[in-house]
Design a protein. Structure first.
Length: 253
C-alpha cells in the first residue's frame, strides 16, 4: 500500500471512530506497528490528529480533512448520490457546483452531457472539465483554499452576482433541521451563499454521515434549500425533520 493511501485510511478511521490504537490500525492496513507509529507521529506534527499513548485521537472537534484525504470516505455512496443528483438537472441547464468530493463526482457525471454550462469555484473540478469540449465551463476566481481546492472570497462573490444559475449543488460539512447547512470555513460559507443567491434551485449533496452534524460556519438556514440528495443510511427521524422543514429528500439507492 502506498504511503498516501495508508495516511488517508488512518485519517478516515480516526475521524470516523474518534480514536484508534496502533494494533487496530496495523491490522487494518496490513503493516507493522512501527510503520503506524511513524505515520501517527507525522500526522500529529501536521496537526491532523493528537498522538496518545498507544494510538491517536482526532485533533479537533469536527476536524476538516484535506480533500485528498476525504476521497476514500463512502466512495460508493457518493457515486450513487451524484447519479441521483444528475437526474435533477434538465437539458441545457446552467449548473453551479461548489467544491467537495460528492460535487466532484457529480461533475464527472455531467461531463458527458452536451449543452450544459457548469459554473464552479473548485479548481479540481475545473481541471477535470476543461478537457471536456461538450461542457461550457465557467471558473469563479478568488482566494485559494488548500484544504478544499476552492476559490473563495469577495472576488468570487462579485463574479457570481453576474450570473443566473438554473440549479446549484453545494457540498456541506453539516446539515440539521435547526442549524441548517454549515461548513468549517467562514469565507467558504459566504461564497456558498453567493451560489445560492444566484440560483433558482438549491440542492445540497450530503452523505448521511453529515446529516445531524453542525460545524463552525453557517451557510444558510434549511428554508433556503429546495432539495437534499443523500444515501440510504439516512434515518427516518432525520428524514422527517428535513421534510418537515419543506425540503424534498432524495435517497440514492
Amino acid at each position: 500500500m502506498l504511503k498516501a493511501d495508508r495516511i488517508a485510511r488512518i485519517l478516515s478511521c480516526i475521524t470516523h471512530e474518534g480514536s484508534a490504537n496502533v494494533h487496530t490500525l496495523a491490522e487494518l492496513l496490513g503493516v507493522s506497528g512501527a510503520t503506524v507509529r511513524r505515520d501517527l507521529q507525522e500526522l500529529h506534527g501536521r496537526g491532523l490528529l493528537n498522538r496518545t499513548r498507544g494510538g491517536a485521537v482526532t485533533g479537533a472537534v469536527n476536524l476538516e480533512l484535506p480533500l485528498r484525504h476525504r476521497r476514500d470516505r463512502y466512495p460508493e455512496e457518493k457515486r450513487r448520490i451524484a447519479a441521483r443528483a444528475a437526474l435533477l438537472v434538465p437539458d441545457g441547464a446552467v449548473v453551479g457546483l461548489t467544491g467537495g468530493t460528492t460535487t466532484g463526482e457529480l461533475a464527472r457525471v455531467l461531463a458527458g452531457r452536451r449543452d450544459t454550462t457548469i459554473v464552479t469555484n473548485a479548481v479540481n473540478i475545473a481541471a477535470d472539465l476543461v478537457v471536456r469540449p461538450e461542457v461550457r465551463l465557467v471558473v469563479i476566481g478568488g482566494i485559494a483554499r488548500t484544504t478544499s481546492y476552492e476559490l473563495v472570497g469577495p472576488a468570487a462573490e462579485r463574479m457570481l452576482a453576474q450570473y443566473h444559475l438554473d440549479i446549484a449543488f453545494i457540498g456541506v460539512d453539516g446539515l440539521t433541521a435547526r442549524e441548517g447547512c454549515t461548513t468549517h470555513d467562514e469565507m467558504e460559507a459566504q461564497t456558498d451563499r453567493a451560489f445560492l443567491r444566484s440560483s433558482a434551485r438549491s440542492v445540497v449533496l450530503a452523505d448521511s454521515s453529515k446529516i445531524g452534524r453542525v460545524t463552525f460556519a453557517e451557510i444558510c438556514p434549511l428554508a433556503q434549500v429546495h432539495d437534499v440528495v443523500t444515501d440510504d443510511g439516512l434515518g427516518v427521524v432525520r428524514e422527517r425533520e428535513l421534510a418537515d422543514g419543506g425540503v424534498r429528500v432524495h435517497r440514492a439507492g
